[in-house]
Structure formats: structure tokens, C-alpha cells
Unconditional design. Structure first.
Ligand code: AMP
Length: 654
């Protein structure tokens, strides 16, 4: 432990167990066990009280919670507007408070500080512009923007008029955007001329145009970020700043019934096509508000930075709606953590005096590998709380984050959640603790989790099982899958019946209260914190002219956690060679985006299959991880296993 640490440390099962000291408890919004006890007595009543306390409602609800499993509603009949809660209600006290600090990637370029008053004006003008273009409540708007303040303005403008937004990660390809635009039948795309990434200009408009050619797209709004010349199609494409210049700074917010849809966010499931997760309005914001306030313990004066891209759910809830709903000052950064060098992140923390920092284990492992010298060049003394999300964090990375970045002063809040849950559901609260490396922590007050075996019985203390949630379901939980109700029921409500939410994660109890999440149990992997499914990559590879069939499985990676690896069977005309491997890798990058690019392609004669013809990815996965492999004799083609073992250099565990 660092000298002078303020921690109360307990050693339990050979693990570090940290507890908040008196000062941290005193400061925290949530600092008493009573919170858990009160919520547990009546979970629906707990959320009802919190929705009233935290948010502004135009009309109260008639019923707090209604369930017709696997469907449920929160705050039935209540009317609310998200942008009103994130902006208007703060104006009397916080008009001049900075809402967004923006750091561009080029170090020579000046950043921006946007106050709540200025953001309110921009959002109102954009909302009016969308209405002028014919967009109304329920219409879908795709937002394809990098980390620039306009991305938040766009989300808030949609929420102001009740349009359903779908933000698409700017590193995704035009093809990936097109698939999402098509599925959601978006009428408008909001994009930009380009942005900076690792010192290079990325032409986003070119990619966006691929999707804008879809018949459903009527208009495209283009933010001028780089000022480069781009093709603007007359009658379809409009400059963002020109549209705003014509509009009034006041736009009446739409009164949304609490259960009406706020946004769709596409994520990877076990099938090839990404699913459009549906989030509602009032329930989502209730969970976003209280988890932001309690998990990150934000107070006036804090400078909060969540490094997640807005294209992922963490960006939605904790780099947009949550911090704005609680009236915080938050920082966003356009570029890459290694530009111009590996000291950039620490330099930004020093420059803006960041106090609360939320990032992913994959980034922590990378920074650790790059060495402490980058960190030591900067003063990180303003930090007081650290948090992580996205994948299990190993003890070494946790301790490095705690000691080297947090100087042994800052609690590390390991937050478990999913695109589907809308907000965090398992983590320690900073004023209550405990903070235990590799253990996500306690279930958030008002939610009820359990760990089941494959028959649906709660597991014994030491056993690993499947993480589930019980009713009443947390208010931020998804309300469906866009255009695919069958998939909604099958994915989340079939494993243990329609009354139990199945997370697709493995987990075990650390003690009676704290949960360790072990990772996905389906064919979904986390690559540098990004969610990617085997089937999604396999579907992309199917379109490659040289490949008959393929299997894509994760391989453990020291930095990224996991990386996708391909086993491909080639067509007779094709030659297994490094060029062909590169061509498959590039092809996947073009179809999905650089995050999905396979790390390696193995050319094989056949894939291991069950007698019914299903590819046994489990075997391939086990081989890459040098795990114990199951019985191969039941396969249709057991002989391929030996051959595959040789190709990958499999070493059975001792
Ligand atoms: P996404 O929907 O992209 O946020 O990915 C959700 C998945 O990320 C979960 O199902 C988990 O497998 C994993 N995950 C997220 N946060 C954590 C965490 N703190 N610990 C372990 N796994 C996590």
C-alpha cells in the first residue's frame, strides 16, 4: 500500500478488500447501508421515490410498475422530456456552468467550453431544424458522428421532439451504418465532413453517403468539423450550421409518455445481424440519473471524464444523458489516446483538472504496458474517483490503476452492465464499498440479481453460474428489439422462463453480497471492450469470394482481452497464402469496421461439426486458449480436431 493511504484495507481470501474512509463516506451521496435495506423492502417503491426526487415530470404517473412478463412498464402515464431534464431545468442555477469541455485531437487546435445555456440554445435550434425538415415524434434519426459536442446536441434535439435516435459508432463502416439505417428506416442521418484520428483526417461524409443512398433517407445534416470540401447532394444534404442559423432558440419539448422510445442502439448478439435494442424514456433516465450520481458521486466542482465513445451504450448513459441530467461538467475528447504520444490522456487530466475518470480495462492494460514514465510527467492529483467498465478487470490492471493513476487515494468502481440494461447494475458505491480487484461488487439498490445453474437453481457459494435478474426489472432495462420481438423473447426471457432476465454472462459470488462476473457464455466476445459476435464476422466473411465457410472465435489477448480469429475453408480456386489472409482481414474491416478486423486467419480443410451440422466453436475457442478440450468423439468429423490442434500449436493444460 502507498504510504499515507487513507484506506481501510482488509485481507480476505488472499485478496485486497478496500473500504472507504470516514472522509469519503462523509462526502458521498450514497453512504449508508440503509439505502440497500430500504430498496430491498419494496423495489418498485424505491424507484418510484427516486424518479420523483431526481427528475422533472410534466405529469405524474398513475402506476409505478406494471408487469406482463416478459414485458414491463415503468411510471405508466407519466409524462417527461429528456432534453428538458438535461438542460431546461438546470438553467435557473446553472446557465453559465460548463456542460461540455471539448478537447480536439490536434494539440494546436483550441478546445471548446459549452455552458448549459449555450447547449440549450443549440439543442433548441437543432430540434426546430429537425421539425422544419419534417421530422416528428417516433421518426428515426441516425447519428453518425465522432466525439464532438454536436453529437450530444443531436441526441438531445431528437429527444426534445420525441424522434428516436440511433447513434452509430463513427469507426463503423458506411456498410455497417447502412444496415442500421435500413433496419430502423431512418429518415435523417446527422454526420460530419470528417474528424481527426491518430493525426489523420477521416472523411466520414464519404462513408455516410453509402447509407444516405437508402430510399428511406430523406435528409442528411452535415456538421462542419474539418472544413474540407465534401460532396453535398442538393435537396438532400444540409450544413448543420446553416440550418441552425435560420432557427429560433426555443422549441417546445414533446411530452413523452414514460414508456415511449428514446433510442435504439444496435449491438451484437449470437446471430449475424446486430439487434436494435430499444430503450424507453422515463425508466431509462431514472436509472441513468441515479447511477451517475451515486456511482461517480458527482458534486459541483467535479470535472468528470468518461472515455467511452458515444457510439456505445456507455457513451449514451455516462458521456451524455447521465452527466447532463445531474448537471455535471464533463469532458469529451475527439481523438486517440496515443496521439501525439502515450502521455495524451494524462496531459488532458492535468490540463482540465479531471476529478472523476471512467474508462475500460483494455485501455488500462495498454497504458500499463506503455510504462509509468508517461504518467509521471503529469500531475494527476485532482483525481479522486476511478471507474471501469466493459469486461472483467484482472487484479494486476486494477492495482496499477489504483496505485499509479489514483495514487492510492481513489476508489476503483468496477461497473458491470450491458447495452440492454441501460445503466450500471453491479458495482460498489464509493461511500459504501467494498472495492475488490476482479469483483464488480454489489447489485445496485432496487435491482435483484441471482446466479443460477443450468437448471435454474441458485448456485452454491463457490460455483460459477449464470447471472440473472429478477422482477421488478430495473427501470433502465431494454423494452424490446426493434422489428424482432421473437428475438427479444428468445434471447433474454427463454433460458429460465419469461420472469427471469438472462444476461448471457457467467458469474460467481465472492461472498454473500459481492459478485464476480466471469464473462460471456454465448458466442459474443469483447474486443478491446467492444462487443462483437462470431456470427457477425462470419456473415461478413461469407461475402468474401474465396471462402466457403468460416468459424470466428475469440483468442485471449494481453491488451485487448480478446481478439477475433478466423478458421476458414477456402473455395477450390483460392490459395491459402498471406495475401488471401490479408484480403479477408481487410474485407471484414470494410464490412464492419476496424474493431472487427481478425487478428489471424487459419486456413483449414474442414471445421469441427456436430452430427446435426452445427460448428463446434467451443473446440476452436478452447484450442486457442490452451484449455482442456471436451470429448471429440461425438463430432461428425472427429479427425479434424487433431489436424486443427497442430495448426494452432495447441498445448493441453497440465
Ligand atoms: P456491452 O453491451 O457492449 O456494454 O457489453 C456488455 C458485456 O460486457 C456484458 O455482458 C459483460 O460480458 C461485459 N462487461 C461489461 N462490464 C463488465 C464488468 N465490469 N465486468 C465484467 N464484464 C463486464
Amino acid at each position: 500500500m502507498p504510504k499515507g493511504s487513507m484506506w481501510v484495507v482488509e485481507d480476505k481470501k488472499q485478496k485486497h478488500v478496500f473500504w472507504p474512509n470516514a472522509q469519503m463516506k462523509k462526502r458521498a451521496w450514497a453512504n449508508s447501508e440503509k439505502i440497500y435495506a430500504e430498496a430491498e423492502k419494496d423495489r418498485a417503491a424505491f424507484w418510484e421515490k427516486k424518479a420523483k426526487e431526481g427528475l422533472h415530470w410534466f405529469k405524474p404517473w398513475s402506476k409505478a410498475y406494471e408487469e406482463n412478463a416478459p414485458y414491463f412498464k415503468w411510471f405508466v402515464g407519466g409524462e417527461i422530456n429528456i432534453s428538458y431534464n438535461c438542460l431546461d431545468r438546470h438553467l435557473p442555477a446553472k446557465k453559465d456552468k460548463v456542460a461540455i469541455l471539448w478537447e480536439p485531437e490536434p494539440t494546436a487546435e483550441k478546445g471548446r467550453a459549452i455552458t448549459y445555456g449555450q447547449l440549450h440554445e443549440e439543442v433548441n435550434k437543432l430540434a426546430n431544424a429537425l421539425r422544419s425538415l419534417g421530422i416528428k415524434k417516433g421518426d428515426r434519426v441516425s447519428i453518425y458522428l465522432p466525439m464532438v459536442p454536436e453529437v450530444m446536441a443531436a441526441m438531445l434535439a431528437c429527444s426534445r421532439i420525441g424522434a428516436i435516435h440511433n447513434v452509430v459508432f463513427s469507426a463503423f463502416s458506411g456498410e455497417a451504418l447502412k444496415a442500421r439505417v435500413e433496419d430502423s428506416e431512418a429518415k435523417v442521418i446527422i454526420t460530419c465532413d470528417g474528424y481527426w484520428r491518430r493525426g489523420k483526417e477521416i472523411n466520414l461524409k464519404e462513408q455516410s453517403d453509402i447509407a444516405a443512398a437508402m430510399p428511406c433517407v430523406q435528409k442528411q445534416i452535415v456538421v462542419k468539423r474539418l472544413g474540407n470540401k465534401v460532396n453535398m447532394q442538393g435537396g438532400r444534404d444540409y450544413w448543420y450550421h446553416e440550418l441552425l442559423a435560420k432557427e429560433k432558440p426555443n422549441c417546445e419539448p414533446e411530452r413523452m409518455e414514460s414508456n415511449e422510445t428514446l433510442f435504439l442502439l444496435y449491438t451484437s448478439g449470437t446471430t449475424g445481424k446486430p439487434k436494435g435494442i430499444i430503450h424507453d424514456t422515463g425508466g431509462y433516465l431514472t436509472q441513468a440519473y441515479w447511477t451517475t450520481l451515486w456511482d461517480f458521486d458527482l458534486h459541483d466542482g467535479d470535472i468528470y471524464w468518461c472515455t467511452a465513445d458515444i457510439g456505445w451504450v456507455t457513451g449514451h448513459t455516462y458521456a451524455c444523458y447521465g452527466p447532463l441530467a445531474v448537471g455535471a461538467t464533463q469532458l469529451i475528447y475527439e481523438g486517440s489516446p496515443d496521439f501525439p504520444d502515450w502521455g495524451r490522456i494524462w496531459g488532458i487530466i492535468e490540463k482540465y483538472k479531471v476529478s472523476v475518470f471512467y474508462t475500460a480495462p483494455t485501455a488500462i492494460r495498454m497504458w500499463k504496458k506503455m510504462g509509468d514514465d508517461w504518467v509521471k510527467k503529469h500531475g494527476l492529483g485532482t483525481l479522486r474517483l476511478l471507474a471501469t467498465v466493459g469486461e472483467p478487470i484482472d487484479e494486476e490492471a486494477w492495482m496499477w490503476y489504483f496505485n499509479t493513476i489514483g495514487g492510492g487515494r481513489c476508489p476503483v468502481i468496477d461497473t458491470w452492465w450491458q447495452t440492454e440494461t441501460g445503466g450500471t447494475l453491479i458495482n460498489a458505491l464509493p461511500g459504501i464499498g467494498p472495492f475488490i480487484p476482479t469483483v464488480a461488487g454489489r447489485v445496485f439498490p432496487g435491482a435483484k440479481a441471482d446466479i443460477f445453474d443450468d437448471r435454474g437453481k441458485p448456485v452454491e457459494a463457490e460455483d460459477t453460474g449464470f447471472l440473472v435478474f429478477k422482477p421488478p426489472f430495473p427501470p433502465g432495462l431494454l423494452r424490446g428489439i426493434w422489428n424482432n420481438d421473437e428475438k427479444y423473447v428468445e434471447t433474454y426471457w427463454s433460458e429460465y422462463g419469461k420472469n427471469i432476465y438472462f444476461t448471457s454472462d457467467g458469474a460467481k459470488w465472492f461472498d454473500k453480497e459481492n459478485i464476480r462476473v466471469t464473462g460471456r457464455v454465448d458466442d459474443v466476445m469483447k474486443v478491446a471492450g467492444h462487443r462483437l459476435s462470431s456470427a457477425e464476422v462470419e456473415d461478413a466473411i461469407t461475402l468474401h469470394s474465396d471462402v466457403v465457410e468460416s468459424a470466428v472465435v475469440p483468442m485471449p489477448d494481453e491488451i485487448k482481452g480478446q481478439v477475433p480469429v478466423v478458421f476458414a475453408v477456402l473455395k477450390p480456386h483460392a490459395k491459402a497464402c498471406p495475401e488471401c489472409e490479408q484480403s479477408i482481414i481487410q474485407h471484414v474491416g470494410k464490412q464492419i469496421g476496424p474493431t472487427a478486423r481478425p487478428a489471424k486467419v487459419y486456413f483449414v480443410d474442414a471445421l469441427p461439426k456436430t452430427r446435426s451440422g452445427k460448428i463446434m466453436r467451443r473446440f476452436l475457442r478452447g484450442m486457442l486458449a490452451n484449455e482442456k478440450l471436451g470429448d471429440a468423439t461425438t463430432l461428425q468429423n472427429p479427425e479434424v480436431v487433431e489436424h486443427l490442434k497442430q495448426i494452432v500449436g495447441y498445448k493441453a493444460p497440465q
